[in-house]
Design a protein. Structure first.
Lengths: 188, 190
């Protein structure tokens, strides 16, 4: 049943998303692609939309996925599910074990979790760039346009930090890439 | 104004006006909850941030739940949490009704092809930031490298690796190493 799938899928996302929004993206990709809820391209578009609209990114993604699968009740189910674990955990920590996070044992578990997230997020970023430029594994082909676009955007994004104090913001990068997309792909 | 309504509206405003999620929201929460409303102190805000980083879920939600509970117990926590979620829920739900039609317009489709290139860069950047902040000790580095390779290799083989399984595995390894290391240490103390 779709509601149960959405509920369990996003409870899992809410429960394991350490390291903020970007830590949640690989988990959401797992859930969405495993169930075949969205095409990978649409999911990537939605990550950009979530980044450019107000509010926590993983809440935005949950609302969109839920809505696309089962309308308003689906959106409500997925959003409630993604929020619920952190809500309960914070309450539990405040009421019961305020000191729990200071215990070395907890630190050891968290240390392992966080180190793992670092690897997962970095690999996800690389894989997403790879797929944009070379297509999906199994049917590789070089997309020169996407390759050039990615190279220019990456150079601009990382290079801007050397010149400007804070560099280009993520939203500005999305805006620039949209303009570049219209120019490059509209031209042909 | 009634405190519950105040909690709800304050967090709804934060939810409505912060783009980019996470840390962008923390500075706004700090401004309204610490400086304007004086619901929590600056030190508490620091504690919540640390707590939020060690617990799963959106950081803004963790903060809202904490402040709400502090001010008005469980019902306050519910009001603040719903407040911070509701604006983005409404906006995204509304967008989701039109996004498909939207993407059929050629120039918007072109824009999104460009945006796809940017999303990968943003995620990679988030990963690189995490690497920079990470403790460079053998165990975390090994775990991070193993997770990195596991995801990359399975993805290239067109298979999928469950991130949750990887994380649980990393937690178990880290816990085991901690317990093994601790025991000989204790005996040496005796």
């Amino acid at each position: 049943m779709i509601f149960l799938d959405l509920l369990l899928g996003f409870l899992k996302v809410g429960l394991f998303s350490f390291g903020g929004a970007y830590g949640a993206i690989p988990l959401i990709r797992d859930v969405v692609l495993d169930h075949g809820w969205l095409e990978e391209d649409i999911l990537t578009d939605m990550i950009a939309v979530s980044e450019s609209t107000p509010g926590p990114i993983m809440v935005n993604l949950a609302t969109y996925v839920g809505s696309s699968q089962a309308g308003f009740p689906g959106a409500l189910t997925a959003t409630a599910a993604v929020v619920f674990p952190s809500f309960v955990i914070i309450l539990a920590l405040m009421i019961l074990f305020r000191k729990l996070t200071g215990i070395p044992l907890t630190q050891a578990i968290l240390g392992g979790l966080k180190a793992c997230v670092v690897g997962i997020v970095t690999a996800t970023g690389i894989m997403m760039i790879f797929k944009t430029c070379f297509g999906t594994p199994g049917m590789f082909s070089v997309d020169e346009t996407a390759l050039c676009l990615t190279a220019v955007l990456a150079a601009g994004y990382f290079g801007s930090r050397k010149i400007l104090k804070r560099g280009i913001s993520p939203i500005a990068l999305i805006g620039l890439s949209a303009a570049a997309g219209i120019l490059v792909y509209g031209w042909r | 104004m009634h405190l519950l309504l105040d909690l709800f509206l304050t967090f709804a405003k934060i939810g409505l006006f912060t783009f980019g999620g996470g840390y962008a929201m923390i500075s706004l929460i700090e401004r309204s909850c610490v400086e304007t409303k004086r619901w929590i102190t600056h030190d508490e805000m620091m504690n919540v941030t640390v707590l939020a980083e060690s617990t799963p879920g959106p950081i803004a939600i963790n903060c809202a739940t904490y402040v709400g509970y502090k001010q008005k117990g469980l019902i306050g926590a519910v009001a603040a949490t719903i407040g911070i979620v509701l604006p983005s829920f409404c906006i995204i739900f509304f967008l989701s009704l039109f996004l498909d039609h939207f993407l059929e317009i050629p120039w918007i489709a072109h824009a999104f092809r460009g945006i796809r290139a940017a999303v990968g860069i943003l995620i990679l950047d988030a990963g690189l930031n995490m690497i920079r902040k990470m403790k460079k000790k053998p165990l975390p580095v090994t775990l991070a490298v193993c997770a990195f390779l596991a995801v990359l290799v399975t993805d290239l083989l067109a298979a999928r690796m469950s991130s949750v399984a990887l994380m649980l595995f990393a937690a178990v390894v880290s816990l085991t190493v901690f317990l093994v290391k601790r025991d000989p240490g204790k005996e040496a103390d005796k």
